[in-house]
Design a protein around this ligand. Structure first.
Ligand SMILES: NC(=O)c1ccc[n+]([C@@H]2O[C@H](COP(=O)([O-])OP(=O)(O)OC[C@H]3O[C@@H](n4cnc5c(N)ncnc54)[C@H](OP(=O)(O)O)[C@@H]3O)[C@@H](O)[C@H]2O)c1
Length: 263
């Protein structure tokens, strides 16, 4: 009898934080992995440290902010490992900006390229083959920060709001095709991305806690979830608060520090 092939997860941003934790969660569930990020050495070191079976993972160095780079990685994955069952567009950057400064417009463009267009570019090569197969799961990692604008965080909030809307559009397009689309909105997770934040981060999760909860959402077939549940309530309130109340709530809150500030 032929051995059963494990399902395959293609995960961007797999060299750190949430992406790494999601990869480990999938691996522990018996899945094979396509690990994607710019730092191949970091992914190789992690795979060795975790003792991953060489037959169950491959590493792809790609920049999701460069369309041809991530599309090439997706195509190579399909050649080498086959069509994934799950694609997680997780790679992202969180850069504070001050758009009154010219150089911060370049930073904002980069944030949008990675966090928004990067999600679409990650899914791109898989959409048609998944539709032809009649199955697949595309998951975009957005953020609670995509629900309202936060001071100093205009680039990030805009990029995540656009990612949420993009995933919703794609979900409508793929309805009935057998391909699912899920949008996950993390609250605060303790990773290198948040460690420099100079404000309180309520309901902070470890990456492992986040990955375990995300896994349950993916298994349940839900199309949208804010994690953790406490943040889901915060998110719901944020969405419906009138602007005047929301503005008052932000009084005294420290703004996200500029990415280009070295201090
Ligand atoms: N941590 C939180 O509290 C939080 C909250 C809400 C949403 N999120 C979202 O969760 C996702 C993961 O964040 P994290 O907290 O795990 O951050 P992280 O630890 O800094 O990891 C970010 C990952 O994205 C990859 N990446 C960044 N730019 C890339 C590019 N141009 N091309 C390819 N890969 C790139 C990085 O790999 P390389 O540097 O090796 O390329 C790294 O693996 C992000 O989309 C983030 O916005 C995080």
């Amino acid at each position: 009898m032929a051995a059963c092939t494990p399902p395959l997860a293609f995960i961007t941003g797999a060299s750190s934080g949430i992406g790494q934790a999601l990869a480990w969660q999938c691996y522990q569930q018996g899945w094979s992995l396509a690990l994607v990020a710019r730092r191949g050495d970091a992914m190789a070191q992690w795979a060795a440290a975790q003792g991953l079976d060489a037959g169950r993972f491959a590493i792809y160095e790609a920049d999701v902010g460069v369309v041809d780079s991530i599309v090439a990685a997706a195509r190579l994955c399909m050649e080498r490992q086959g069509l994934p069952d799950l694609v997680v567009a997780n790679a992202g950057v969180s850069w504070g900006v001050d758009t009154s400064l010219r150089e911060d417009l370049d930073a904002m463009q980069q944030v949008l390229a990675v966090n928004t267009l990067g999600v679409a570019a990650t899914f791109h090569a898989f959409i048609a083959p998944m539709v032809a197969r009649g199955s697949g799961h595309l998951t975009g990692i957005a953020s609670v920060a995509g629900l309202r604008g936060l001071p100093g965080h205009g680039a990030y909030c805009a990029s995540k709001a656009a990612a949420i809307a993009y995933c919703e559009s794609l979900r409508g397009e793929l309805r009935g095709s057998g391909v699912q689309v899920t949008t996950l909105l993390p609250g605060y997770v303790d990773t290198p991305l948040t460690r420099g934040n100079r404000y309180a981060m309520p309901f902070l999760l470890t990456p492992t806690e986040f990955a375990q909860r995300a896994w349950r959402v993916l298994e349940s077939g839900r199309s949208y979830a804010i994690i953790p549940w406490q943040m889901a309530w915060v998110g719901r309130c944020m969405k419906i608060l009138p602007n005047s109340w929301f503005d008052r709530l932000l009084v005294g809150r420290k703004r996200k520090h500029r990415h280009l500030d070295k201090n």
